[in-house]
Ligand binder design. Structure first.
Ligand code: ATP
Length: 256
């Protein structure tokens, strides 16, 4: 019997912006059920890589496979439907919408009637809406947000907005969740809780990719770590291996 394909595989991905080669021939594979950290100095190409995986940018060359099926060139919403969702470095919520509505938006890719059906409020979609709302409430609990579901999202403290964005990303029922600097702007207690939440997400069976500058969080929660430097892959391994890798130290400290 043929081997099951890896959950996510990148083959020779390159992307340039004008004269800047943001990514050069990036190849790696992510196993199902792991937390994979993606680290590297500023400008290494981490966010560009997330943008290429999620379809915000199309790679200049190379290919990306989700469970063996190419997703290169697909539209963002089709990639979400196939099972990849994300959060952003600068939280991107619908600030005027309520907490519960923000999460429901994330779930609409999985409904038969979609967002338009919800807007028109046809009787046929009310049942679907009720189910979506119930699931959104469960996700609120899951990420540990104890707020009124009808509270306006833009009024939440920043750390809570980050949790809400994670709940919205989970509402599309992803196989892979990409978290772009989820600890940025969080205090020490919030960061510790975030680490616990990321593990809980992995334990649900969701594979997590994490871009994060907080090294203690990264080293604590990640099963594997991939290091980028100036658009190239510098190293890949378990946290312990990465911490003692001379090339990685040199890229971070600017020595060697
Ligand atoms: N839309 C864009 N237009 C032009 N250049 C870009 C664009 N996006 C990224 N770049 C450039 O590509 C390179 C990689 O940027 P990217 O944001 O992916 O790095 P990063 O590792 O996420 O950095 P940071 O840790 O600072 O967020 C940088 O030189 C950046 O200036």
């Amino acid at each position: 019997m043929a081997d099951k394909p890896k959950l996510l595989t990148l083959q020779e991905i390159s992307k340039a912006f004008g004269g800047v080669q943001a990514l050069s021939g990036i190849s790696f594979a992510v196993d199902e059920g792991v937390i994979m950290g993606l680290i590297g100095p500023n400008g290494a190409g981490k966010t560009t890589l997330f943008n290429v995986i999620t379809g915000a940018y199309t790679a200049d060359s190379g290919n990306i496979f989700l469970e063996g099926v190419s997703i290169r060139g697909k539209r963002i919403q089709d990639i979400v439907r196939l099972g990849i969702s994300r959060t952003f470095q600068n939280v991107e919520l619908f600030e005027r919408m309520s907490v519960i509505e923000n999460i429901m938006v994330g779930g609409h890719v999985r409904t038969r009637t979609g967002l338009w059906g919800a807007v028109t409020r046809l009787p046929a979609v009310r049942k679907e809406e009720t189910a979506l709302k119930a699931r959104a409430r469960k996700l609120l609990d899951f990420v540990g947000l104890t707020v009124a579901p009808d509270q306006r999202s833009g009024d939440l403290p920043f750390g809570w907005q980050r949790l809400l964005e994670i709940a919205r990303a989970l509402a599309s029922d992803p196989k892979v969740l990409l978290l772009d600097e989820p600890a940025a702007g969080l205090n020490a207690v919030e960061t510790e809780r975030l680490g616990i939440l990321i593990r809980k997400i992995r334990d649900l069976g969701v594979t997590v990719m994490l871009v994060e500058h907080d090294m203690s969080l990264t080293m604590n929660v990640c099963d594997r770590i991939l290091v980028l430097d100036q658009g190239r892959m510098l190293a890949e391994g378990a946290p312990r291996e990465i911490q003692s890798n001379a090339a990685v130290m040199s890229a971070y400290l600017g020595t060697g």
